[in-house]
Write a protein that binds this ligand. Structure first.
Ligand code: NDP
Length: 244
């Protein structure tokens, strides 16, 4: 029987690639979206590309909504074996201009969500003796970024979470890892003015933006049995930018 993977924010650029790669690897894939009305778009994309995913509306900043999410997925698909905490937002401003609303939005969506969603599924993974938690962080959680105290703090926090939880569940067959992508060619990055993007690319040793599939491929590896000895790690996928 197929294992079940849940990818939060699976309708975004990286999330969609992760859903497809996990489906290719034989998982039954569930995903979440937070803005009502997006489901139709998602199903259309899924149909065109020949993929079928199970989309659930869930605001991952809302703990009670995550409880309901677990109940729905378990009733309709079964227990979740692989959780990919991928949902995220940016609300950039220099610290001087950053207000509490934008601080809270980024911490809630990128970090508190990891607690809200993982809390629903990790105990079950441990009880069944196999599981994977994969947190999608960012190079900016490793290096910091001008105008992103909120995002850098949240993304760095994800890795602290991964290392601590990894130790707690290591003997139960559950691994917990972080992936820290560099700049990936998604809508978010392609919306940046061309001259700014060119400057970003000039700072990446391989000389190009990453592709969503290059993150998704690593997720699929981490989700596999082969990756059972890999836990508590923060894997940098950034074209060598972490060295600059
Ligand atoms: P997108 O903006 O394309 O996707 C983000 C996803 O998060 C969307 O599907 C969105 O769904 C979902 N989301 C946002 N808020 C919530 C919420 N409250 N509840 C549930 N879902 C929510 O971004 P990317 O695909 O580019 O990014 C995916 C992840 O990778 C993020 O965590 C991002 O921080 C990280 N990352 C991205 C990089 C890049 O270069 N693109 C680089 C490094 C890290 P909806 O619209 O329905 O709310």
């Amino acid at each position: 029987m197929s294992k079940i993977a849940l990818v939060t924010g699976g309708m975004g650029g990286i999330g969609t690639a992760i859903c497809k790669k996990l489906a290719d690897a034989g998982f039954k894939v569930a995903t979440t979206y937070s803005r009502p009305g997006k489901e139709i778009q998602w199903l259309a994309d899924g149909k065109e590309s020949g993929y079928l995913f199970h989309a659930y509306e869930c605001d991952v900043t809302d703990f009670d909504a995550c409880v309901l999410l677990r109940q729905r997925i378990e009733a309709e698909l079964g227990p979740v074996d692989v959780l990919v905490n991928n949902a995220g937002v940016t609300r950039d401003a220099t610290f001087k201009k950053l207000d509490k609303v934008h601080w809270d939005a980024v911490i809630d969506t990128n970090l508190n969500s990891v607690f809200n969603v993982s809390k629903q599924f990790v105990d079950g993974m441990a009880e069944r003796g196999w599981g994977r938690v994969i947190n999608i962080s960012s190079i900016n959680g490793q290096k910091g970024q001008f105008g992103q105290t909120n995002y850098s703090a949240a993304k760095a926090g994800m890795h602290g979470f991964s290392m601590a939880l990894a130790q707690e569940v290591a003997r139960k067959g559950v691994t917990v890892n972080t992936i820290s992508p560099g700049y990936i060619a998604t809508e978010m990055v392609m919306a940046v003015p061309e001259d700014v993007r060119a400057k970003i690319v000039s700072g990446i040793p391989v000389g190009r933006l990453g592709k969503p599939e290059e993150i998704a491929g690593l997720v699929a590896y981490l989700a596999s049995d082969l990756a059972g000895f890999l836990t508590g790690s923060n894997l940098a996928v950034n074209g060598g930018q972490h060295m600059c």
